[in-house]
Design a protein around this ligand. Structure first.
Ligand code: SAM
Length: 410
């Protein structure tokens, strides 16, 4: 999810924590709330909060991952299940690359898919599966690009969309849709994996604890306990993270659902590519002593907060993606690492700047030839707008630092 408050997302560039401030609106997050471990400020309860409290009273504390699963995916109540997922600018909680420019982003992806279509021998149907497709903007943009550029490609293209909001869960391993549908040659997602529920671990006295959600005086609060599974306990060691040296209170998120997702997704692919775009890093860059509080972030009406226990079901909750985990698990599933790069370099390799120049000369020619006229002025402003959108998509301190992972099966 991308919101105004990009500085916090760019925490990785700084030491420790940069006080979250928005590069667009300059709003500072309320620092006093950042470490507030008990949700005391929000009344009345959301219906989902009530449901969670009752479950904890019945069954005992939940892992944070189970809490997050309920907050995002609980049928009828979860943030992604109620249609309240608000993506975009006005009245939304966050925006994505397709909101910044559906055409520039989709056109680059269109060129990428076209290259793969050629490489795979012009297969028909050329099935693309987009997971976590949201409003389908990317699919529309790619289909429009195909219609303009190559009608043969357009005719071959079969574009399937899945989203949890439509009941299609991208990490349910039980699904056997590989047999039910034509097999995809490309499975892609933009900002999907960051939404999967994460476990949270915290170091104390060189021991690793897990964070659970409990109820105290009728309110949700965090408590520490032993790791819920051996997999959680061993996760950081798998990536050789020297977490025992990071001091008391150091935190990290562990996304086991991402492993399940890549296993299932790899299973769906017989030949072709998996492309995942998201914010995050390789493990050694993600889990550092400087990022003491982890990367968990909540989004509500374009404001970043770090109060995941507030408003369950009404705000988005995300965490940066550990790309090493996807690469390693992909390899175990027989996939090869094709490319791991930044969104900036990936878009540049797919000609975003050349497209910009072409469009300046074609769509906005009047900004040069008739600059003194009203039409010339409008063209100039529209050109500035498009140029700004390309800059946002490739900004090395913002979306340009998103990672693009491409795995392939030959
Ligand atoms: C940040 S939005 C991105 C939407 C779109 N890809 C874009 O770039 O605009 C995340 C999307 O992933 C969907 N989603 C979250 N978890 C999912 C899951 N487990 N399976 C399928 N879709 C999921 C949400 O419903 C939401 O539409």
């Amino acid at each position: 999810m991308w919101i105004h408050c990009i500085l916090t997302k760019a925490e990785k560039f700084g030491k420790e924590r940069i006080l979250p401030a928005c590069f667009v609106c300059g709003i500072l997050a309320d620092k006093t709330s950042l470490n507030n471990k008990t949700d005391m400020a929000y009344t009345p309860f959301t219906p989902l909060q009530q449901l969670i409290i009752e479950r904890i009273q019945r069954e005992g504390p939940l892992t944070f991952a189970e809490y997050m699963r309920m907050a995002l995916y609980e049928p009828n109540y979860g943030y992604y299940m109620t249609g309240s997922t608000r993506i975009g600018f006005e009245g939304a909680d966050f925006f994505t690359s397709t909101d910044v420019s559906a055409t520039l982003f989709a056109n680059c992806l269109g060129r990428q898919l076209h290259q793969w279509w050629e490489k795979l021998g012009y297969r028909t149907p050329f099935v693309i599966l987009e997971q976590g497709a949201g409003r389908g903007n990317l699919a529309r943009g790619i289909q429009e690009w195909a219609a303009q550029q190559d009608t043969g490609f357009q005719a071959a293209l079969v574009y399937r969309l899945e989203d949890i909001g439509r009941g299609q869960d991208a990490f349910l391993a039980e699904k056997s849709d590989a047999n039910a549908e034509p097999v995809p040659f490309v499975i892609l997602s933009n900002e999907l994996v960051d939404a999967f529920p994460v476990h949270i671990v915290e170091a104390h006295d060189a021991r690793l604890y897990e964070i659970y959600v409990d109820v105290e005086a009728g309110r949700l609060r965090e408590v520490r306990g032993e790791p819920s599974t051996a997999e959680v306990a061993a996760y950081l060691d798998t990536y050789h993270i020297p977490w025992t040296l990071f001091g008391d209170g150091w935190r990290a998120e562990i996304n086991l659902a991402a492993l399940r997702w890549i296993r299932r997704t790899a299973h769906l692919l017989r030949r072709g590519y998996i492309l995942a775009i998201d914010y995050g890093d390789k493990a050694r860059a993600l889990y550092t002593r400087y990022r003491r509080h982890g990367t968990l972030a909540c989004y509500f009406q374009h404001q970043l907060n770090e109060r995941p226990l507030a408003r369950p079901g009404e705000q988005d909750i995300t965490a940066h993606v550990n790309f090493s985990a996807l690469i390693n698990e992909g390899r175990l599933q027989g996939l090869r690492l094709h490319k791991y790069t930044t969104q900036r370099l990936w878009l540049e390799s797919l000609g975003i700047h050349e497209e910009l120049e072409r469009r300046r000369l074609s769509d906005f020619a009047e900004s040069v030839t008739a600059r003194a006229s009203d039409r010339g002025q409008v063209a100039l402003l529209q050109w500035y707008d498009l140029r700004q959108r390309a800059a946002a998509l490739t900004d090395p301190n913002g979306m340009g630092n998103f990672k693009v992972l491409i795995l392939r099966r030959n």
